[in-house]
Write a protein of this length. Structure first.
Length: 376
């Protein structure tokens, strides 16, 4: 009993922190609950309809009507994605079940409402939402079904139904709190595990694996990249050799903060590409890419991180970018073009922004890189 009470209050505390961070996965869980509930209910009520068809044909009509309506609802809700709409539909379908129980009170005035008891026991455990809403919804239907039973049924059955409904409500609330704690903790663990898989712990940006995952999804959905940006910290190896790797990590963290703020302002998704390199991609062709790139470069330069061995006496970055006008290029081509632009920015003296200039520049870039390798 003490564990049940502790879980009840624990679920209240967890909701405030976990639900906002896991809205999508909670919506998926609620949608699965909704679909499974509709399928199981269809089997149960259509079976009941077939059973009563040969015993009391009039009694089978509500079961068949309810079963058909469940099929219609299933096909209407099965592809929902918006968390709020999914939750509203789950509440709506649950209320529909409760109303059906009340209708049965008119059809079977001399029988106990077994269906209603089952609904009140299960309902708080299956709806993943804030406790106060779930409990209010369950209490409202407990009172409503009790009133209908007392008014419509024989006093003996009506009173018994009311007692059963109240007991089912209390059991449902206690079990529901325990179930929600387990679900919410599991969802939070999944979120943290996924976050560790796709987030670079040092900069807080998404990592290279996430970049390739996103590009793969965009490829499947035939979404084109409007532009790509590549950023490289100038003379980063020399900085690490001079000031130590901890200082180098601090630089990457500060650059990650700058890129995160820029991403929020302009809708660009930045990733840590590897080492001291970062890449950003965008799908909106209306963004002024040169302006964004210069803004990033100047913000990082204005951090004024001392670096005496650099020609600029401070930490700076080189930036290359390429735009995909008229969707002429695929993902690989655009990233290759951006990398080429970054190479030109570094070769031209660093601490600058350079745009991709065309196929001729790529051939010149290739020749320069081969020449550098031969010199080395």
């Amino acid at each position: 009993m003490i564990d049940v009470i502790n879980n009840y209050f624990l679920s209240r505390k967890l909701e405030d922190s976990i639900i906002p961070r896991n809205r999508e996965i909670i919506a998926k869980s609620n949608l699965e609950t909704l679909k499974i509930g509709l399928i199981v209910s269809f089997v149960v009520f259509s079976g009941a309809g077939i059973y009563y068809l040969f015993r009391n044909p009039m009694r089978s009509i509500p079961d068949f009507v309810f079963s058909v309506s469940l099929v219609v609802i299933y096909f209407l809700v099965r592809k929902l994605k918006n968390p709020s709409i999914v939750l509203i539909c789950l509440y709506g379908v649950s209320e529909y079940f409760c109303l059906f129980t009340m209708i049965l009170s008119f059809v079977q005035p001399n029988m106990l409402a077994v269906v209603g008891v089952c609904i009140l026991c299960v309902l708080p455990s299956e709806i993943l939402d804030r406790s106060q809403r779930v409990e209010f919804f369950s209490l409202f239907n407990t009172i409503l079904m009790s009133i209908v039973s007392l008014c419509v049924k024989d006093p003996f059955f009506g009173l018994k139904d009311s007692i059963h409904f109240l007991g089912a409500f209390l059991i449902g609330v206690a079990v529901g709190a325990h179930t929600r704690v387990g679900h919410l903790q599991q969802f939070e663990l999944q979120r943290k595990t996924e976050s560790q898989r796709i987030i670079d712990f040092l900069t807080g940006l998404m990592n290279r694996r996430k970049l390739f995952d996103d590009l793969s999804i965009m490829r499947k959905e035939n979404k084109m990249i409007a532009f790509a940006v590549m950023i490289d910290v100038d003379f980063f190896k020399e900085f690490n050799d001079t000031y130590g790797h901890q200082s180098g990590d601090l630089i990457l963290q500060k650059i990650g903060n700058v890129l995160s703020e820029e991403a929020d302002r302009n809708g660009i998704v930045f990733y840590r590409y590897g080492g001291e390199e970062f890449i950003g991609i965008g799908t909106c062709s209306q963004i002024n890419v040169p302006s964004v790139c210069e803004s990033v470069r100047m913000q990082i330069e204005s951090l004024n991180i001392r670096f005496e061995e650099s020609p600029f006496s401070k930490v700076t970055v080189s930036i290359g970018y390429a735009t995909n006008e008229n969707n002429r290029f695929n993902q690989d081509e655009l990233i290759r073009m951006t990398d080429s632009a970054l190479y030109h920015a570094k070769r031209a003296g660093r601490n600058r922004t350079v745009a991709w200039e065309g196929e001729f520049e790529f051939l010149k870039d290739l020749a320069l890189r081969l020449d550098d390798e031969l010199i080395v």
